[in-house]
Design a protein around this ligand. Structure first.
Ligand SMILES: Nc1ncnc2c1ncn2[C@@H]1O[C@H](COP(=O)(O)OP(=O)(O)OP(=O)(O)O)[C@@H](O)[C@H]1O
Length: 300
């Protein structure tokens, strides 16, 4: 077991950020914490990386208790916070050397681990970190979090604000790091990234809604789901929301995802209803649920 969290709660005065959270992450797992802004992801990361103390509960990381053994945890984990936290006035190379030095190691000693990532930012090694693009900053931050060869890597929303190509590359890098035996806990508000994890925990308002593999989470979706389209998106959503039999309605790309409250739902009936609401070019097709659908259903 690489991370074990048992009944953790944390409040900031009146705000209850985490409410009785428990789950475990296996050694070598790529585990995703999926939830919207304010769900409590950063608070949990800060507790696990010993920067914050929980009000209740206990947790261990790499076998060490987050309170009693905090010094050992700091040596064994890498943490990439959500906000860029490297030294903006130091160059790429200086930042990396700095982090290696404070962990009592050298860039050369662990170069193998970061090589794949570092070669991409090496052409800019003399550029100040503050002057890098978003994707470059993210790669440098990842190199700095890895430079002491951590057993467990914590990545808090590493792809927020990063372009789609860099996001894809980043996840490919994570998969390669996982193959090197590093346990990874990564948080993201992007549901498409959830599918790339071995297991995920869906979190909202400080509570875990479900924990499972992405495939199983989608399989547990309880309803038949439909892609609905028409000539006027705004009017379509309004009409569906007004439809007395709707169970859920929300925009999903160019479609609206619709579920019906009845077990004997007939799409033709809905078609006629939409027509009577002056909509045209209507399409109603069954579709498969995504993690986002499951999240919306559980969060209802
Ligand atoms: N230092 C603080 N003082 C008061 N409230 C806080 C503090 N830090 C976080 N909170 C509140 O705790 C809740 C959880 O915040 P947290 O930052 O852990 O969520 P998050 O899932 O990481 O979201 P985000 O991506 O917005 O940071 C939110 O309601 C937030 O406003």
């Amino acid at each position: 077991m690489s991370i074990s969290i048992s009944h953790i709660s944390k409040s900031y005065k009146k705000v209850s950020a985490l409410k009785d959270i428990s789950f475990e992450v296996e050694a070598g797992e790529l585990f995703g914490l999926i939830g919207p802004d304010g769900a409590g992801k950063t608070t949990l990361f800060r507790i696990l990386t010993t920067l914050l103390i929980a009000n209740e509960g206990a947790a261990t990381v790499a076998g060490f208790d987050v309170v009693a053994d905090y010094k050992n945890i700091r040596k064994s984990v890498g943490y990439m916070p959500g906000k860029f936290s490297l030294y903006q006035d130091l160059t790429v190379a200086e930042n990396l050397n700095f982090f290696a030095t404070i962990f009592g190691t050298t860039v050369e000693e662990n170069y193998d681990l970061i090589k794949d990532i570092y070669v991409q930012i090496e052409p800019f090694k003399d550029r100040r970190a503050g002057k890098l693009s978003g994707g470059m900053k993210q790669k440098l931050a990842l190199c700095c979090a890895l430079i002491h060869k951590p057993k467990v890597l914590f990545l808090d929303e590493p792809t927020t604000g990063v372009d789609p190509v860099s996001r894809k590359e980043f996840w490919e890098m994570l998969k390669r790091l996982q193959l090197k035996g590093i346990t990874i806990l990564v948080s993201t508000p992007y549901m498409d990234e959830a599918a790339l994890c071995d297991r995920i925990a869906l979190i909202q308002d400080g509570k875990i809604l479900e924990i499972d593999t992405p495939e199983a989470i989608v399989r547990h979706y309880p309803k038949a789901i439909y892609n609905v389209k028409a000539n006027n998106m705004y009017q379509l959503i309004k009409s569906l929301n007004d439809y007395e039999h709707n169970h859920s309605v929300y925009p999903f790309g160019e479609y609206v995802h619709y579920t019906d409250s009845r077990t004997d739902f007939n799409p033709k009936e809905l078609f006629q209803y939409l027509e009577s609401n002056n909509l045209s070019a209507i399409e109603i097709e069954p579709t498969v649920a995504t993690i986002e659908d499951t999240f919306m259903e559980l969060a209802k």
